[in-house]
Design a protein around this ligand. Structure first.
Ligand code: ADP
Ligand code: ASP
Ligand code: MG
Length: 420
């Protein structure tokens, strides 16, 4: 039996911004949903705002208020998805399919209260089950939830993926389909490297690394959810014609034992990085805690951390943050840390990026790091920071080298498509 052909499977499908990008595309999504429904499946659809809409709303908010209040920002930027759910419900009803739309709050997607990057805590979803039993397609707004006090929250950029997977987990769906504008997960972003290859399968572990290292095809929290609740997750294209559909990429729990694993499965990169350095801090216990504690208190995520070897009783301490948090983090260092710990100066660079090689095959193959460093050196690319785990190696380089670094590594690790 093919994908989703089990009679009365419960399927959650998420359609992203590009897939919902115009009236015609929304009607196409409706036709696709109708086909899944007509095969006897129960279908819950999660949608994003029409492409560009969330960016437009954020820009408008910033025009009015340079640092918008996070609660109010969430009230505003969640509206894009509300438009999408209603439009899709209308399109489905025009096809003769029973459909009802709901906001995140209406189906009680309960989150914490960290506005603009809230985490899902629980989903009640009673009305979803009732509608499904009533032969109705349920359409839920992605990216949004509600906190315990009834405030609207949003889940961070790309958060509709997480809404989809969390709903699939809560409803114990048979499958979760992430429909997007590419036909699966590739060895790297196909927009940057046209030679990138589509992967038929990728392990959760690798997908988690790829997502957390910048492959925005799936939001990282969606992959975490899928792994934790064993959701059967597939990335598919919403642009394939009826009858021409391919089966996308399956995110698998098992490592295929009969499959020879490539050493590297993919190259991920992230442009949204910034580096901060506290220069000349006293080299004594507690300094790292003081610096990073203040950053954590401000809810700023820290990624790579380096403390240099001390000399003359002082040391330099560097870390990276999301570029959007650079100014806020820098202000904390200037105002709270520098005078407090007696640092010499604060330095920073918000024109850096991170490039990473990911692969479970790395575990059994030494020498990946040295190959990576050699290949980058041959292109004259200076490495500013390095971090490794069992299945990934990441380097920070000047952002002007990003495309060169990604293309070079992609080809050096044999990931390019074999063309005739
Ligand atoms: P949606 O609006 O459907 O959520 P996104 O733009 O968030 O779509 O994600 C799809 C995009 O992710 C693709 O168009 C592609 O450019 C990008 N992308 C980045 N890395 C990868 C990768 N490894 N494989 C596939 N797509 C990737
Ligand atoms: N519309 C939101 C965004 O642009 C959520 C999503 O598309 O997943 O980030
Ligand atoms: Mg997305």
């Amino acid at each position: 039996m093919g994908l989703g052909e089990k009679i009365m499977a419960l399927i959650v499908q998420k359609y992203g911004g590009t897939s919902m990008g115009s009236a015609e595309r929304i009607r196409n999504v409706a036709k696709r949903v109708a086909r899944w429904k007509s095969k006897g499946n129960q279908v819950v659809v999660v949608v994003s705002a029409m492409s560009g809409e969330t960016n437009r709303l954020i820009a408008l908010a910033k025009e009015v208020s340079p640092q918008p209040d996070p609660r109010e920002l969430d009230v505003m930027i969640s509206t894009g998805e509300q438009v999408s759910i209603a439009l899709l419900a209308m399109a489905l009803r025009d096809l003769g399919i029973k459909a009802r739309s709901y906001t995140g709050g209406q189906v009680k997607i309960l989150t914490d209260s960290v506005f603009t990057k809230a985490r899902i805590l629980d989903i009640e979803g009673n009305n979803i089950k009732r509608d499904l039993d009533n032969d109705t397609v349920v359409i839920v707004a992605g990216f949004q939830g509600v906190d315990a006090d009834g405030n609207i929250t949003t889940l961070g950029r790309g958060g509709s993926d997480t809404s989809g997977v969390a709903l699939a987990a809560a409803l114990q769906a048979d499958e979760c389909h992430i429909y997007t504008d590419v036909d699966g997960v590739y060895t790297t972003d196909p927009r940057v490297v046209p030679e990138a290859r589509k992967l038929d399968r990728i392990t959760f572990e690798e997908m988690l690394e790829m997502a957390s290292l910048g492959s925005k095809v799936l939001q990282i929290r969606s992959v975490e959810f899928a792994g934790k609740y064993k959701v059967k997750l597939r990335v598919l294209s919403s642009f394939e014609e009826e009858g021409q559909e391919t089966s996308g990429t399956l995110i698998t729990l098992e490592e295929d034992s009969d499959m020879e694993h490539p050493i590297i499965s993919g190259i991920a990169f992230n442009r949204d990085e910034a580096k901060l350095t506290v220069l000349g801090v006293p080299d004594r216990p507690g300094i790292a805690y003081q610096i990073l504690g203040a950053i954590a208190d401000a809810n700023i995520d820290v990624d790579m951390i380096i403390q240099n070897v001390g000399h003359d009783g002082t040391t330099d301490f560097s870390f990276t943050v999301n570029r959007g948090e650079y100014m806020r983090a820098r202000k904390i260092l200037e105002e709270q840390i520098k005078p407090h710990v007696g640092a010499r100066a604060i330095d920073g660079d918000n024109k850096i990026c991170k490039v990473s090689a990911v692969g479970v095959g790395m575990r059994s193959h030494p020498g990946v790091a040295s190959k990576m460093f050699r290949v980058l050196a041959e292109e004259g690319i200076n490495i500013q920071m390095i971090s490794t785990s069992e299945i990934k190696i990441s380097v920070v380089v000047d952002e002007k080298y990003i495309e060169l670094a990604v293309r070079t590594l992609h080809s050096a690790f044999g990931l390019d498509q074999i063309t005739a």
